[in-house]
Design a protein around this ligand. Structure first.
Ligand SMILES: Nc1nc2c(ncn2[C@@H]2O[C@H](COP(=O)(O)OP(=O)(O)O)[C@@H](O)[C@H]2O)c(=O)[nH]1
Ligand SMILES: [Mg+2]
Length: 334
């Protein structure tokens, strides 16, 4: 007999027909179904108490020390505008975004572009279409203001990562991108990896053309649902990137969808024990340190910029630039 524990109630036409607190249940068709042998459906509901970390915001101090104010935003903006890559031969740091379809890669570019443009824009196509909406390799330089000068970084957007081999972005494609061989607007072919131009391959790409930091983009509410296959694929990619010495970090997107407190008020993000637990989960599943997992909320439905949202996005970018600098510093020594 199935064991439903101590509290099992059966109802028939809204009347409780069985509510004994016994541990196991013995089936009595007459009592339970009124001798109806043509039972077409039986629904079983389980009522669970909300986990504590979901119910409450921590009463202790915030788990990260970032103030989500407009002063902080202005400081970050200034710092990023005046940033110069550590090596003079590199004028702009190249950042590669990798992640499953719909995780928010294109939206991250749009969000950063919006902040520097001064209003919400949607230059990179984002949205849902089952498989990847983005099929081209796109490198997006960003401008400071509509007619402003170029900012010191380039965001590279890729096709989504899919768990099956032969679908989505391939490890060989990633390797070619990292080494700076894939041109802007190259259209990926999921059934065949990028074929480099023989002539171009004979000379290694310059440091300026290579990738200086890899950012995994992961949806906070999907991390628990990530399949073992995709986790394995990510592990292979990580090993390849590690072997090239390129730094890696994680952008954990859609924090608003993951936690109801954060959805209501983004200021609560560093008080949410749930988001903290998700950051730890992402860190252990992807094998990157907790300090390299940055929770963000991309602009998706908003029409106006908000300081708290900007601070999260810009501090993630600041972290990326710091990692890229460490990499360039290392290369320079060699
Ligand atoms: N609520 C919310 N929605 C987001 C966030 N980031 C992305 N989205 C939405 O998720 C969908 C997929 O995003 P997209 O950037 O196209 O994902 P990509 O396939 O990784 O490029 C879009 O409808 C976005 O508006 C976020 O932080 N919060
Ligand atoms: Mg996209």
């Amino acid at each position: 007999m199935p064991n439903f524990g101590q509290q099992l109630y059966f109802c028939r036409y809204n009347e409780v027909v069985y509510n004994e607190g016994s541990k196991s249940y013995s089936f009595n068709a007459k009592r339970l179904l009124g001798d109806d042998t043509e039972l077409t459906e039986c629904e079983v509901y389980k009522v669970r108490e909300m986990p504590d970390y979901f119910k409450c915001l921590t009463k202790e101090k915030p788990w990260r020390n970032i103030r989500l104010t407009s002063i902080q935003r202005d400081e970050l903006l200034e710092m990023i505008r005046s940033y110069k890559p550590l090596v003079t031969s590199v004028s702009r740091v190249r950042i590669l975004m990798i992640g499953p379809v719909g995780a928010g890669k294109s939206s991250f570019f749009n969000s950063i572009n919006s902040i520097f443009t001064g209003h919400v824009t949607n230059k990179a196509i984002s949205g849902f279409a089952g498989t990847s909406v983005t099929t081209q390799f796109r490198t997006y330089p960003l401008k400071d203001g509509r007619k402003g000068r170029l900012l010191p970084f380039v965001l590279c957007d890729t096709m989504g990562l899919e768990e099956q081999s032969g679908a989505g972005l391939d490890i060989e494609d990633i390797s070619s991108i990292l080494q700076g061989h894939v041109p802007d607007r190259y259209k990926f072919d999921p059934s065949a990896p990028f074929q480099p131009d023989e002539q171009k391959m004979s000379r290694p790409a310059s440091l300026q053309e290579k990738i200086h930091c890899v950012v995994y983009v992961i949806d906070a509410s999907k991390i628990s649902l990530m399949s073992d296959k995709l986790e394995e694929k990510l592990a292979v990619i990580r090993r390849e990137i590690n072997s090239l010495g390129i730094p890696q970090m994680v952008l954990m997107t859609k924090v608003d969808e993951a936690c109801p407190h954060v959805e209501k008020d983004l200021y609560q993000i560093y008080l949410s024990s749930y988001i903290k637990s998700k950051v730890q989960e992402v860190s252990s599943r992807l094998g990157v340190p907790v300090s390299c997992v940055l929770p963000v909320k991309n602009y998706s439905q908003e029409l106006e910029l908000e300081a708290n949202c900007d601070v999260l996005l810009l501090s993630a970018l600041q972290q990326i630039l710091r990692l890229a600098d460490d990499y360039l510093d290392d290369i320079d020594v060699i």
